[in-house]
Design a protein around this ligand. Structure first.
Ligand code: ADP
Ligand code: MG
Length: 701
């Protein structure tokens, strides 16, 4: 383990188990351990995900979506409804004629009764546009007495990642206790003097600032992640990841793989049954993949290609080469919907050639699962398509030769490696092909995918009609509804996407539900469907299938449709709250239309007023359809202070770093990484152990 290689001074008591803290017995320690938190150092580096700002009250009139805010008002009106399940609505009035609606889906009767008309309430939560002005769904709240004027906080409140079984208060207390044992500065530092960008605080000061922001700290900087203390930690985290990926790449290169020789006859047979010829870009990438597969070292290749560029067929041809060499292939996708689509394609393309394609997802249980597992373990099935379920224990292969992972950014590196490890044969590992539609500027790709070779499918299949994109203020919805009606009347289909950012899947589902009801009412002649993440996989697939087969004309959905869904007849897409989505995500969503030969359009609905940057971002979407251009532009436009979600790139789950926001740190990160690996490998190990922790264990695999 890396820890043994750690130089003694760097440990500085950080290696002490969490049980040295008062109140941490075996039960609590176990819960912490389940989250990878076993030492004091682990707690020091359990960084706040974000902050809550309870230092001020925002007048209702000035509430804006985008961040959680605190407001106050009196209960004007309470309503309990029951639409499938109980809903509590409380309308607050701030005395200036501005109203704020609160909505609760889970509440006790007693709670509902406490909202007496006239009662003062202080709420904290994120607002969004509701049917009657601003609303907050499940805000935190506090009922106030008539004379009571509780003081506002004088500093930001850190919000830590959840640890199952421990309340947030308990966790915050444990972090505080651990911080009391933070050693003197020199003992904590792992970075050699002079490494990294200048002007940033030392590690000790950075940790203390981030965990307990002083009252006079720059609040805006902290909220946007640009505070020097956060930058100091982000630098170290990016460095640790860069080191870990480099080390991993070196280790993997030393391993062997079973060569899968070119199989021209088998590939020609498959090509002959395809309804199209490959594009030049597909041919080029396929040649790169085929050459990798034939080598006795494992392939580690990332295929990037814009939505609709045709990555799947390249994967199928690679699978054919592996099967022709007598090996098995596993294809893993992040959602059931996407995995099922791959299954259909692979069955359609491969089964006519006598290849058995199997399905493994969470819902495959009992006899079906046992049979599939047996076929894989015995080598009777050559190809399996599935979700995370493929990585579970009990899934074993006879001769796994190729692992294909789609939409890699949804999986952590170690998940990908967990699947690869199922193909370990002595010293040999399977080849890996990773596909992503997320266009990542090259600088970022170096960090996110430093362990992979890169191929780019930079050409779309012929015959696609470009998508016309327009931005529209949300109050022009009625006109849009008419447009949906017209498109469907012409026999086409439409998507209506209701994304909500930084909220729970449940709340998002509710928003989609509401829109679904409104649109069903406004468009009674249309067959409208609803798709969201809270539905059972079988329900989701049934809806998706109906939409695909044309049974549904309008599909109201959350962002679950983002990835990979292919319905060529859909030619209109409406995206609500578009100003709040990252450009990359908008681009992904938009890629769902324009897949057929009819002219398609995408309408970006936004809540006015738009800031200058938001306006320019929508303008970029309007002008460009090139994923790489959009990604570069996004990076350029996202200056510090732009409060956007970190789902932007959907890349590795960092504790504090954000590849887009912190891109300016990357050149220094790479420089220092190279130096450390060459000159002080022990420090490199200690950094990896500190930040990457158990995920680094695969480096030795
Ligand atoms: P993505 O790269 O987004 O995963 P897909 O692999 O789903 O794209 O391909 C999108 C659509 O284009 C599919 O319907 C696929 O069958 C089709 N397709 C792929 N390659 C070609 C090609 N060379 N010519 C025409 N259609 C193609
Ligand atoms: Mg795809």
């Amino acid at each position: 383990m890396p820890r043994q290689a750690t130089p003694a001074p760097a440990l500085a008591g950080g290696e002490a188990p969490v049980t040295v803290l008062p109140g941490v017995g075996p039960a609590v320690a176990e819960k912490l351990a389940a989250r990878g938190l076993s030492t004091l150092q682990d707690l020091w580096f359990l960084l706040p995900l974000r902050y809550e700002d309870r230092t001020r009250l925002t007048p209702i009139r000035e509430l804006r979506p985008g961040a959680a805010l605190q407001a106050e008002g009196r209960v004007r009106h309470v309503e309990r409804t029951f639409r499938g399940r109980p809903v509590l609505k409380v309308v607050l009035d701030d005395g200036h004629g501005d109203l704020l609606q609160l909505r609760f889906f889970h509440f006790r009767a007693q709670q509902a009764q406490a909202f007496q008309p006239g009662r003062r309430v202080r709420v904290f939560g994120e607002v969004r546009p509701g049917p009657q002005g601003w609303e907050m769904v499940h805000p935190g709240y506090r009922l106030l007495g008539e004379q009571e004027a509780p003081a506002l906080d004088d500093r930001l409140t850190p919000v830590y990642p959840a640890v199952e079984g421990l309340g947030p208060g308990t966790l915050a207390r444990l972090v505080r206790l651990a911080l009391e044992r933070l050693p003197a500065s020199a003992a904590l530092e792992l970075l050699p003097a002079g490494a990294g960008p200048g002007g940033l605080p030392g590690l000790r000061e950075a940790l203390l600032t981030v965990h307990r922001p002083p009252a006079d700290a720059d609040t805006a900087a902290l909220l946007s992640g640009t505070h020097p203390a956060q930058q100091r930690l982000a630098f170290e985290e990016l460095l640790a990841h860069a080191l870990s990926l480099r080390r991993q790449r070196l280790a993997l290169r030393e391993q062997g793989a079973t060569p899968l020789p070119p199989a021209p006859a088998a590939l020609a047979a498959l090509r002959a049954t395809l309804p199209f010829a490959l594009t030049g870009a597909q041919e080029r990438v396929l040649a790169e993949v085929a050459a990798d597969l034939a080598r006795p070292q494992p392939m580690l290749r990332l295929v990037q290609g814009d939505v609709g560029s045709g990555k799947t067929v390249v994967a199928a041809l690679a699978a054919m080469q592996a099967v022709a060499a007598g090996r098995q292939v596993a294809l893993m996708a992040p959602t059931e919907l996407l995995a099922e689509q791959h299954l259909q394609n692979f069955r359609r393309w491969l089964e006519p050639h006598g290849i058995a394609v199997r399905w493994l997802a969470g819902k495959v249980t009992g006899k079906a699962r046992r049979e599939t597992l047996a076929e894989l373990a015995l080598g009777h099935a050559q190809v399996v398509v599935g979700t995370h379920a493929l990585m579970q224990e009990g899934v074993a292969f006879a001769r796994l030769g190729l692992v294909i992972v789609d939409e890699q950014h949804r999986f952590g590196v170690h998940q990908r490696l967990a699947l690869r490890d199922k193909g370990l044969e002595g010293e040999r590992v399977p080849h890996q092909l990773v596909m992503t539609a997320t266009p990542i500027p090259r600088t970022l790709a170096m960090t996110a995918y430093a362990d992979l070779d890169l191929s780019v499918i930079d050409e779309l299949p012929p015959g696609r009609s470009p998508v016309t994109t327009v931005a529209m203020a949300a109050d022009r919805r009625p006109a849009l509804v008419a447009r949906v009606r017209a498109a469907c009347a012409e026999g086409r289909q439409a998507y209506w996407v209701c994304p909500l950012i930084e909220e729970s899947e449940e709340v998002e589902a509710q928003a989609a539900q509401t829109t679904f009801e409104q649109l069903s009412e406004a468009l009674p002649e249309l067959r409208v469907g609803l798709l969201h993440g809270r539905m059972k996989p079988a329900e989701k697939q049934a809806v998706m299938r109906r939409f695909k087969e044309g049974g549904l004309q309008l599909l109201v959905a959350t962002t679950v449709i983002e990835v990979g869904v292919d319905v060529p007849n859909a030619s209109l897409m409406v995206i609500e709250n578009a100003e709040r989505l990252g450009l990359a995500q908008l681009h992904q969503l938009r890629g769902r239309v324009g897949r057929g030969s009819t002219a398609s359009s995408c309408v970006l609905l936004y809540q006015p007023p738009l800031g200058a940057i938001a306006r320019e971002r929508l303008e970029v979407m309007r002008r460009s359809s090139d994923g790489f251009v959009i990604a570069e532009k996004d990076l350029e436009l996202r200056g510090p202070g732009e409060l956007l979600g970190t789902r932007q790139t959907g890349l590795a789950a960092f504790r504090i770093a954000d590849l887009v926001r912190d891109a300016h740190l990357l050149p220094a990160v790479h420089g220092v990484a190279e130096r450390l690996l060459a000159e002080t490998p022990a420090l490199a190990e200690a950094l990896i152990a500190r930040w990457v922790g158990s995920a680094a264990r695969y480096a030795a695999a």
